[in-house]
Design a protein around this ligand. Sequence first.
Ligand code: TYD
Ligand code: MG
Length: 462
Amino acid sequence: MPRPTTVHVCSACGHSSARWHGRCPGCQAWNTLVEERLPAPSTRANRRVAAAGAAAPGRPVLLSDVSTAAIPRLLTGIGELDRVLGGGLVPGSLVLLGGSPGIGKSTLTNMALGNLAAVGRRTLYVSGEESAAQVRMRAERLTSTEGRGGALSVPVLAETDLDTILATLDAERPDACVIDSVQTLHAAELSSAPGSVAQVREVAGRIMQVAKAADIAVVLVGHVTKEGALAGPRVLEHLVDCVLQFEGERERTYRTLRALKNRFGSTNEAGVFEMRDTGLVEVLDASARFVAEATGKPGSVVLAAMEGTRPLLVEVQALVSPSELVPPRRVVNGLDRNRLALVLAVLGRHGGVGVGSADVFVNVVGGVRVEEPGADLAIALAVASATRGVALRGPSGDGPIACFGELGLTGELRSTAHPDRRLREATKFGLRDVISPESTPTLRQALQVAPKTTNKPERAAA
Ligand code: TYD
Ligand code: MG
């Protein structure tokens, strides 16, 4: 009988068992057994190395003597991606690109490889999800724009067997390789299904060994469900050098790319893209676009938000309208629904602005998601302005006003991260009136500052 190559280990108590059990025989916990690979059987040579004192001692080096030759980077030619990576792909590194299905991971990686191929780099696109023909169809859409001629010169391998992929990597030795997606690959030694924790960890671990040995920059694409639950990306975060998250709403055009972990750069960078029918286009002037489109009408305010440590100006709009429904509607887009409930309560109690039984709609324009408490003040000002039917104008009376700040339950404004960067961004785009916790400590004061010049009030709420 062949020697078993795997063992099932309880992730709670460490009990190991040759067979899988739904309930751990050691600690009785449910669903904690995970299949793991056994170490290679001990041979005489293995035993010699393992014996203490058999290995020659290493030679520690003073940090000041360590050479820091700049690592040459592979530029993907997509400015926003290179910036989030910290200046391009590092040879021999492993990047995990996570995001929900349909967000554009394959499109982004196809474009990056195409650009690399166009400047003469060796590339490989491993597709476990789509056939080579499907990959080609996407690449054709991308080549329909000028300057992306490389997308069709990327070699593609439609394969899910890990051993075949590793052998191909070793034979081809590309400079950059994309594995789309890590959840579809299958290591033959493990009986668990592709995408399970054990499989994903095994696949990533072995790809990493080959990548480091052959100096290949590998991008692992991984799907994340809404809850971040699907086995995979989460368990890989400690293993890879860089974790990128691609987010946005599928139906909307704007996408943001963030670094959650980066051994070769800052984790504070974020890139903004727009999905067009010819692929992803970098949005370099997102703030300028949103400010130019801001209406400045009753119910509109500009929020100085943060995307990582990059400030971003977005327009927040509110509409308050009489309702026949009980309870009335509270609809938000791009913001946290619970924050709206909180802001409405604080507005009523401490700001003297009650929306009563009216419907309230609040929207971040452009499909951008702003999930930070710093958006509270913008929601409050937009709703107050919509309720009163008065456009917001600051002391200078010039242009729309910008704001940021968290709302406390007692009506105070609490400061949020990076007030200086938010202020600078607002000033840069010509917004002279900025309401922030630093200048205005309470909501009541903020409400007095804002609607200074009044348009003709058109009362919205009953
Ligand atoms: P895709 O990159 O396949 O997403 P993922 O790999 O993250 O699952 O593409 C996502 C969507 O984008 C898909 O529904 C089609 C659309 N799309 C465009 O709008 N324009 C394009 O040029 C391409 C290639 C895709
Ligand atoms: Mg895909």
